[in-house]
Design a protein around this ligand. Structure first.
Ligand SMILES: [Cu+2]
Length: 331
């Protein structure tokens, strides 16, 4: 249906153009007025049309912002989140202001300088004053934005809380695996050569790894407790994206990247705020990493320490899963 409407509009425009050229040809044959001379009235009409277009265009832009405002992310659910949101809002306000002002100036010039009989255009090749204005003002504005952005980045990137819970997010085509450090809060070593059936992460023999807890599908975090993420990738670059916490970090094969944040709103509190009892925080992959990229997703549950402890008590440690597979083999 949409395609049909677009086709009708295109055909209508094509037909209109043909009719106009036939009309101008026939006037010329009849010896009428020359078509390429623009009269004052025509010029004023064009200028008025531009003003109407400007009003409609700016109105449409702002209408969209209001209309789709429910599609933007809800309130940030991490301690550093408001800083990122503030940076975003300041940048958006600044570019919106420039956007509106430049369009108004553009159309004002069209209107003010529309053709009048006897008026002559002024030609000048160079103006130092103008060059200064449009170099210095954007340079100052952009330097300010960059300085502000760097300050926020420094605040956000590594707070270095000593009691942060360590959590590894392991990415591969095409899923995520989460690994907790367990009781000692330390991840056991791993080696890609150890990857095999029943050992997706390539865990090697290491005391630190015995109590590690490996989960898929969803992982849990504790409200108000810092969590230090360590990211790894098996194959290509993936990107761990947790939009509700305003967090994103690349997962790069062959190296470990980190990000730390403090969740501040539990899943059930957020469900209440949004009036949506199906809402879940998510971890997504934000690099187009292959055919099933869209499928790389994990739910994130933020809860109280007690709820977290209950959930964690139900999980098997690496040692326990190994014992189970060893007995299975014996049978
Ligand atoms: Cu991916």
């Amino acid at each position: 249906m949409t395609l049909l409407i677009i086709a009708v509009i295109v055909l209508f425009v094509v037909a209109a153009v043909r009719v106009m050229s036939i009309y101008s040809l026939s006037t010329e044959i009849r010896g009428g007025s020359k078509d390429d001379v623009v009269t004052d009235a025509e010029s004023r009409n064009q200028a008025t049309l531009w003003v109407l277009f400007l009003i409609a265009f700016l109105g449409f832009c702002f209408w969209q912002v209001v209309k789709y405002s429910d599609k933007i992310l809800p309130e940030a659910a991490s301690a550093h989140g408001p800083k990122i949101d503030n940076l975003f809002n300041v940048t958006l306000a600044l570019i919106s202001l420039v956007f509106v002002l430049t369009h108004i100036v553009l159309v004002y010039q069209i209107y003010k300088n529309s053709g009048r009989k006897g008026r002559k255009a002024v030609h000048f090749a160079h103006s130092n004053k103008l060059e200064m204005i449009w170099t210095i003002i954007p340079a100052l504005a952009l330097s300010g934005l960059i300085a502000y952005g760097l300050t926020v980045w420094n605040d956000v990137i590594y707070p270095g809380d000593k009691d942060a819970m360590v959590l590894e997010l392991y990415s591969k085509q095409f899923d995520w695996t989460a690994r907790y450090g367990g009781k000692d809060n330390q991840l056991g070593n791993s080696d890609f050569r150890a990857i095999g059936s029943g050992n997706d992460l390539g865990m090697v023999e290491d005391m630190k790894g015995d109590d590690d807890v490996i989960v898929k599908g969803e992982f849990h975090l504790v409200k108000d407790k810092p969590v230090l993420f360590k990211f790894r990738s098996r194959d290509v670059i993936h990107s761990a994206y947790m939009p509700h916490f305003r967090a994103q970090m690349n997962c790069v094969p062959g190296m470990e990247t980190t990000f730390e944040f403090i969740p501040t709103i539990t899943t059930s509190e957020m469900r209440e705020k949004l009036n949506d009892d199906k809402f879940n925080y998510v971890l997504l992959c934000n690099k187009i990493c292959g055919a099933a990229h869209y499928n790389m997703q994990m739910d994130i549950i933020v809860e109280s320490q007690e709820e977290f402890n209950t959930w964690m008590a139900e999980q098997k440690t690496w040692m326990q899963t190994q014992a189970v597979s060893a007995t299975a083999e014996l049978k």
